[in-house]
Design a protein around this ligand. Structure first.
Ligand code: FKS
Ligand code: ZN
Length: 347
């Protein structure tokens, strides 16, 4: 399997995220994907490539132009406010909650940070735009490779993507890599695309992007939003709207879920995807379901990930894997590559 990796990912390096009233060191660190890359090399899983550059218009298939303009210029604006800002990350602190307007684009930078985000856990840094764009290129290149006939490809994108919506960032995500991959498959002529999101957290951005569409089916297994981030989306009764009704499937699971329960849910998810009649699959590959993950609550073990890959291969679909979360830095490489190896063994 070819891996498209992001040579610019380390330019996105947040210092702190807001947690329980304090700024704490970021969990989403560059070492995460360096580890995966090292493990791919160690186990010789296949060729490693850097992606070609896709134009900004390739991003407007998913993202709002005014949001992309904002991201592209945000760091320069931040530093223009105060030269001392060059040494600190930008975090939002005010949001348009209920009854406040989202249709006007304020001149004030802090106001636009809030308009285009939903949490204070996703620092915007000097290299965020460069890194996020190159990460999106990985997803687009992997989708292109599969659209051209490959059985599978892996986009080792960073920063992650599944919480990012058409016009907002949050949950460490800025551009929705999996959504871009799914749309690229559609644009290359694949009529029905399924997204399977196995990150510990619900992919609220991906769900929202495709919620009213019947051509892209979204299924997610995740920690119950009643207790787990992102809290405000990811319940089982969210089934799609309009033409998209019936094409969204959430399988929330309680904290403490083990592989036996989790893999039963995976089987159900794959049945739904089969019933949909997907012609290609995009997997949002989060590894934060691991027992040792510092911010999550499932108990999957390293060897379980081989079985995860085997089960996904059983769908028999051309598959694009897109990297998402996973914060147990010492094991994230082994676990992610276990999924890919399990998939390859079963093909
Ligand atoms: C810990 C609080 C957790 C944010 C969690 C974000 C999870 C991100 C992710 C992604 F795949 F996008 F990276 N707050 N102090 O794992 O879903
Ligand atoms: Zn996650």
């Amino acid at each position: 399997m070819i891996t498209f990796h992001n040579p610019h990912h380390a330019q996105h390096q947040g210092q702190f995220e807001m947690f329980r009233g304090q700024l704490v060191p970021c969990f989403e660190v560059p070492a995460r994907v360096d580890d995966v890359l090292a493990e791919l090399q160690r186990r010789k899983l296949g060729e490693l490539r850097t992606p070609e550059r896709f134009d900004v218009p390739a991003l407007t298939t998913i993202h709002a132009p005014r949001y992309l303009d904002f991201l592209a210029g945000a760091w320069a604006e931040w530093v223009a406010l105060d030269p001392a800002n060059a040494a600190r990350d930008a975090l939002p602190s005010v949001w348009p909650g209920r009854t406040l307007r989202t249709d006007v684009l304020p001149a004030n930078f802090a106001a636009r940070m809030g308009l285009f985000s939903f949490d204070a856990g996703s620092p915007l840094t000097s290299g965020t735009w460069v890194a996020a764009r190159a990460g999106a290129d990985c997803a687009l290149a992997a989708a292109q490779h599969v659209a051209q006939g490959a059985r599978s490809a892996f986009a080792l994108s960073r920063p992650p993507g599944h919480h990012a919506g058409a016009d907002f960032f949050g949950g460490y995500c800025f551009l929705n890599n999996a959504a871009l991959a799914a749309q690229h498959l559609r644009d290359q002529g694949v009529a029905r695309v399924a997204i399977l999101d196995i990150d510990y957290h619900h992919g609220n951005g991906t769900q929202a992007i495709f919620y009213d569409r019947a051509d892209v089916h979204y299924t997610s297994l995740h920690g119950d939003p009643d207790t787990e981030y992102p809290f405000f989306l990811g319940y089982a009764d969210e089934r799609g709207t309009g033409a998209g009704l019936g094409f969204n499937c959430n399988l929330p699971l309680p904290r403490g879920t083990d592989f036996a329960l989790w893999s039963t849910a995976l089987k159900n998810a794959l049945q739904g995807i089969d019933h949909f009649g997907a012609q290609a699959l995009v997997v949002s590959l989060g590894i934060d379901t691991y027992e040792g993950d510092p911010i999550s609550g499932f108990t999957l073990k390293s060897e379980d990930y081989l079985r995860v890959g085997q089960a996904i291969a059983g769908a028999g679909l051309p598959t694009v894997f897109v990297f998402e979360g996973g914060y147990a830095v010492a094991e994230v490489g082994i676990n992610a590559v276990n999924v890919l190896e399990g998939f390859e063994q079963a093909c």
